[in-house]
Design a protein around this ligand. Structure first.
Ligand SMILES: Nc1ncnc2c1ncn2[C@@H]1O[C@H](COP(=O)(O)OP(=O)(O)O)[C@@H](O)[C@H]1O
Ligand SMILES: [Mg+2]
Length: 299
C-alpha cells in the first residue's frame, strides 16, 4: 500500500539550550542534532516507520546537503525518485532552538526555489494515481496543492491536507477528504479565535459541510477534535512531558493516513494518531520515532 507525501524537505538542526539567549547574549548548546527534516520528510519518515511504501514529492537544492538528506531518506525506505533537485538553489534549513521548558524558536531558511511547483506534482502523476492516499502540505504553493488534489481525486485516491494558509480555496476543499490543522491554522480557517473544544467542533463542522469527510483540528491547545458529517469526538492531549512539540502534528497526520489506508475504523485511527503525537512530543526534533508496536499500546 503506498502513500505519496507532497511537502518540504529540509536540513533540520535542533539545538538544545537551557534558555534561549536574548539580544546581545549567547547560550551554550548542550545537545545538537542534525537530521532529515521538513514537514514532508517527517511525514514520509513516519509512514515508512509504520511499514507503508511511501514516495516523497519535494524539492532540494544543488548542494552537499541535498546529497546527505536524500541518502538518509533512501535509508529510511522512502522513494525519492520524485524529489526534484534545483540547480543553483540551496537546500532548505530549519533551526529549532529548544529550551529546557519545551519552548521552541524556529529559524527557517526556505528558499523560494525549494517550494513544490505544479510541474513537480504533474511529474509525479503516475505515482499519485496509483497510491492509496496523497498527503499534501498547505505550506506549499496553493497551485501545487490543487494540482495534487485534482490528480488524486480524479483517480479516486484519498486526499489528506495538512495546514491552512490562504491557499485553502473552496475548490481545494471540494477535492479533499481529510484536513488537519494545528491551533493557529484552525483559527485561520475559522476566521476567529478558538478558545474551547466547542469552538473547534463548530469550525470542523463548517469544514465538513464544504466537502471534507473528516476535519481534525487542534482544540484550544487541550486536545484534538475529529469531526465528520455524522458526529465528532474530542481526544484530550495525553499526560506526558512535552520536550518539543515539533513534528507532533506531522506524526499525527502520518499515522492517521496510515490507519485510514489500513482500513481502521475512525475511532481507532484517531486514537493511533493522537498516540503518535504524544510519542513525538517526548523527544527533541520533528523526526518521528514511530512503530506499530509502540502505537498499539494505546488502542
Ligand atoms: N501531550 C500531548 N499529547 C498528544 N498530542 C500533543 C501533546 N502535546 C501537543 N500535542 C499535539 O501536537 C500538535 C502539534 O502540532 P503542529 O503544531 O501541527 O506540529 P508540527 O507542525 O510541528 O508537526 C498539537 O496540535 C497537539 O495536538
Ligand atoms: Mg503542523
Amino acid at each position: 500500500m503506498s502513500v505519496v507525501v507532497i511537502g518540504q524537505v529540509a536540513r533540520d538542526l535542533v539545538l538544545r539550550v537551557p534558555e534561549a539567549p536574548g539580544p546581545g547574549q549567547s547560550a551554550n548548546v548542550r545537545e545538537r542534532r542534525e537530521v532529515l527534516g521538513g514537514k514532508g520528510a517527517n511525514q514520509a519518515v513516519g509512514l515508512a516507520q509504520l511499514g507503508m511504501h511511501v514516495a516523497l514529492v519535494g524539492v532540494v537544492g544543488d548542494d552537499g546537503t541535498a546529497d546527505r538528506l536524500l541518502s538518509r531518506a533512501e535509508a529510511d525506505g522512502i522513494d525519492v525518485s520524485h524529489v526534484a533537485r534545483r540547480p543553483s538553489a540551496e537546500t532548505a534549513l530549519i533551526v529549532d532552538v529548544l529550551d529546557d521548558s519545551g519552548q521552541w524558536r524556529y529559524l527557517e531558511h526556505i528558499p523560494e526555489e525549494t517550494l513544490v511547483t505544479p510541474r513537480d506534482v504533474f511529474a509525479a502523476s503516475g505515482l499519485i494515481r496509483s497510491a492509496r492516499a496523497v498527503v499534501v502540505q498547505l505550506q506549499e504553493p496553493p497551485e501545487a496543492a490543487l494540482e495534487a488534489a485534482r490528480i488524486a481525486r480524479a483517480a479516486g485516491v484519498r486526499v489528506v491536507l495538512d495546514g491552512a494558509p490562504g491557499g485553502l480555496t473552496e475548490e481545494l476543499l471540494a477535492h479533499a477528504d481529510v484536513l488537519r490543522a494545528d491551533r493557529r491554522e484552525a483559527e485561520l480557517l475559522a476566521h476567529k479565535e478558538i478558545t474551547s473544544v466547542d469552538d473547534a467542533i463548530e469550525a470542523g463542522r463548517s469544514l465538513v459541510e464544504r466537502g471534507l469527510s473528516l476535519a481534525v483540528l487542534d482544540a484550544a491547545g487541550v486536545g484534538n477534535v475529529f469531526v465528520t458529517r455524522r458526529g465528532h469526538e474530542f481526544l484530550p492531549l495525553s499526560d506526558v512531558e512535552v520536550v518539543d512539540s515539533t513534528g507532533a502534528g506531522d506524526a499525527l497526520v502520518a499515522t492517521l493516513t496510515y490507519a485510514l489506508v489500513a482500513g481502521e475504523p475512525l475511532p481507532v485511527a484517531a486514537r493511533l494518531a493522537v498516540a503518535a503525537s504524544s510519542l513525538t512530543v517526548q523527544h527533541p526534533g520533528g523526526r518521528p520515532r514511530l512503530s506499530r508496536a509502540a502505537l498499539s499500546a494505546y488502542t
